[in-house]
Design a protein around this ligand. Structure first.
Ligand SMILES: Cc1cc2nc3c(=O)[nH]c(=O)nc-3n(C[C@H](O)[C@H](O)[C@H](O)COP(=O)(O)OP(=O)(O)OC[C@H]3O[C@@H](n4cnc5c(N)ncnc54)[C@H](O)[C@@H]3O)c2cc1C
Length: 603
């Protein structure tokens, strides 16, 4: 007999990052009894790491900005595979969500006139990122948490969800365990919102925290939801490369937004050599113009360092591959050079990029006001995720919603920097609003004991074995393999091989052994993360093998060009009746004429 504690809510939110908290605040504001679960402590969700800012066309710094320009930038960045309705709602609603955050107590950096300050970022035509130095995520989480706690939301910290429970087709609750004592918990709920973030821990080099094991993606998939765009994994161009213990930690795009430049070992600004035709008209063709742009000259075009992340990452990789990289396998990112232009350059760097200054000083013993940083690509963001209705954020499973990084659609083939925090606010709020509506006047679903029994048994298996492999070894081999075979540059044979390797890793997973007991046992937690990591890795590899072109974050060495044919569909995966993934190429929905016109006008 399995022992567990039972709790009950109208709306249950899985995840206490920006998306989860936004959803919880809205659902609770609509009168629902709301609970929030998180794998880590409150305040520790990955959102807290967000640095550069939140994109919202408030036009405080450049009056030419508008939701239409933001919409066009987002679609161009996503190479037009985005869900246009989500891109429209996002661009239209982000300014109000930022102002709402301010009303609830967030203190943003200010313009001289006292308005919220906005900074430049890759792929955004005008300065658009509202920010708090380079600690924007911290301010966002702090504000939402304070607001949520005062609204009376129930928080259940350090609780990990293992499975979603269903009553027939609809969602009825979730089953999980508390990390501290290892006790099982059942949460009954009329509506469940997944806000579990990304999948970065499927790769070896990543900017992502330990929580990012693709749980929400895998939970939704196994519960019958569809997953969209799984081939699009964003590799951020600038992660730390040295020393090895900190490899992958993010170096914010804000460094380039403030005038930082990329150079190879010969001191050359190589980004000027490769400007994609889609961006030619908007990109500076000389260093002087690029500098003026970063200093707010409205007539200047942005420097090529601020091209989209996929492109910059590939250019860096090319420099390294062709022998022009830095000593530790990256390139140089130099912000110290701005002292040639600004007499108080060192103070500007410390004021505008305080976290970067401390990060390099403490982790790499480098003073970025004096020396360049060494940087290289790092697995950063998952564009793919749960396919949702663009207005309500509900998945194909009635009562199951998703928002934030674990949902998909807004970003298409590539996300622009700053568009995640705004995504969390806009679609987190929408998910909360619609989940509360869904739960209203609905009876709680029935709980099937067999589902609980089977989830608990599977969870405890690693303790029952008398010997076997360490879960860390399986996780490590998976990360190496994904980095190698389904990384920045992909080819068919390697991805087919990856799927075969994942099947072998699954067999090894079925033989993992964990010593000790259930109390704060990290090995056990890793064993339970493995099924999710393997599920998402397989779906990424299958989708990536099927998209026979290069677009956005997905680059195929065997198909290096964009294909007009592939521009017409998204890849959708669901779990078939035999338990195997079923892949469908789903045609894009026709865009309304007025949105098409906006894109044409902004070209
Ligand atoms: C270093 C860094 C800097 C960034 N800077 C920016 C930026 O400046 N601007 C921008 O727009 N984006 C930025 N991003 C991206 C952005 O931070 C993330 O995409 C975003 O925070 C994701 O928010 P979320 O709410 O979807 O998930 P998260 O904030 O990660 O929250 C996920 C939550 O789900 C919980 N969870 C996960 N699995 C389970 C489970 N099984 N059971 C229970 N709980 C679970 C976790 O504990 C956590 O509480 C940055 C990312 C990084 C890594």
């Amino acid at each position: 007999m399995i022992e567990y504690q039972t709790l009950e809510h109208d709306v249950l939110v899985i995840g206490a990052g920006g998306a989860g908290l936004s959803a919880a605040v809205k659902a609770s504001g609509a009168g629902a009894k709301v609970g929030v679960l998180s794998k880590s402590l409150l305040g520790k969700a990955h959102t807290v790491m967000a640095e550069g800012g939140v994109a919202a066309a408030m036009a405080n710094v450049d009056g030419r900005d508008s939701w239409k320009v933001h919409f066009a930038d987002t679609m161009r960045g996503g190479q037009y595979l985005n869900n246009w309705r989500m891109a429209q709602l996002h661009a239209q609603e982000a300014p109000d969500r930022v102002r709402e955050l301010e009303k609830w107590g967030a203190i943003f950096d200010r313009t001289k006139e006292g308005e919220i300050l906005q900074r430049n970022f890759g792929g955004h035509r005008y300065p658009r990122l509202a920010h708090v130095g380079d600690r924007t995520g911290l301010e966002m989480i702090r504000t939402l948490q304070d607001h949520g706690i005062h609204q009376g939301i129930d928080f259940h910290m350090e609780v990990t969800v293992l499975t979603l429970l269903k009553d027939g087709d609809r969602i009825a609750g979730v089953f999980g365990y508390d990390r501290e004592r290892g006790r099982f918990r059942l949460f009954r709920a009329k509506a469940v919102i997944l806000a579990t973030g990304g999948i970065g821990r499927a790769y070896k080099i990543t900017s992502n925290s330990w929580e990012y094991t693709g749980d929400g993606h895998a939970l939704a998939y196994h519960a019958g939801a569809e997953l969209l765009d799984m081939e699009f994994v964003q590799f951020h161009p600038t992660g730390m490369v040295w020393p090895p213990s900190v490899r992958g930690i993010l170096v914010t795009e804000g460094v380039r937004g403030e005038g930082g430049v990329l150079r190879n070992k010969d001191g050359k600004r190589f980004m000027f050599d490769d400007i994609p035709p889609l961006y030619k008209g908007q990109t500076a063709d000389n260093e002087e113009e690029g500098w003026r742009y970063t200093q707010g000259d409205k007539d200047a075009r942005r420097p090529p360092e601020l091209l989209t992340r996929d492109h910059v990452a590939r250019c860096i990789q090319r420099e390294v591959r062709e022998g022009r990289g830095s000593p530790h396998g990256g390139v140089f990112l130099d912000i110290a050079w701005i002292k040639e232009r600004l007499p108080n350059g060192a103070e500007v760097i410390k004021r505008k990029l305080p976290s970067m200054y401390h990060q390099f000083k403490q982790l790499g013993d480098i003073d970025i006001t004096k020396d360049p940083m060494e940087v290289g690509p790092t697995t950063h963001y998952m564009m793919g995720g749960v396919k949702v209705d663009p207005d309500s954020q509900m998945s194909a499973v009635p009562g199951l919603f998703a928002a934030g990084e674990c949902a998909a659609g807004l970003h298409g083939a590539n996300r622009l920097g700053g568009n995640s925090l705004s995504d969390l606010l806009v679609f987190g709020s929408r998910a909360g609003e619609y989940a509360a509506k869904f739960a209203k006047d609905l009876k709680a679903g029935a709980i099937d004991d067999a589902q609980i029994e089977s989830a608990a048994k599977a969870a405890l298996l690693p303790f029952e074995r008398t010997g076997g492999e360490s879960p860390y070894a399986v996780q490590y081999d998976l990360q190496e393999m994904m980095q190698d075979k389904v990384g920045i540059v992909r080819v068919e044979a390697e991805m087919v091989h990856a799927v075969e390797e994942i099947a072998k890793l699954r067999k090894r997973m079925d033989n993992v052994f964990v010593p000790g007991n259930r109390e704060y046992n990290n090995g056990w937690h890793t064993a339970m993360d493995l099924p999710n990591l393997l599920t998402v890795s397989e779906l990424i590899a299958r989708a990536a093998a099927d998209r026979k072109e290069s677009r956005g974050a997905h680059f195929r060495d065997d198909y290096p060009e964009k294909s007009a044919e592939c521009a017409k569909f998204n890849i959708v995966l669901h779990k078939g009746p035999d338990g195997e993934p079923v892949l469908t190429r789903t045609p894009l929905k026709e865009m309304p004429a007025e949105l098409k016109q906006i894109i044409e006008e902004m070209k």
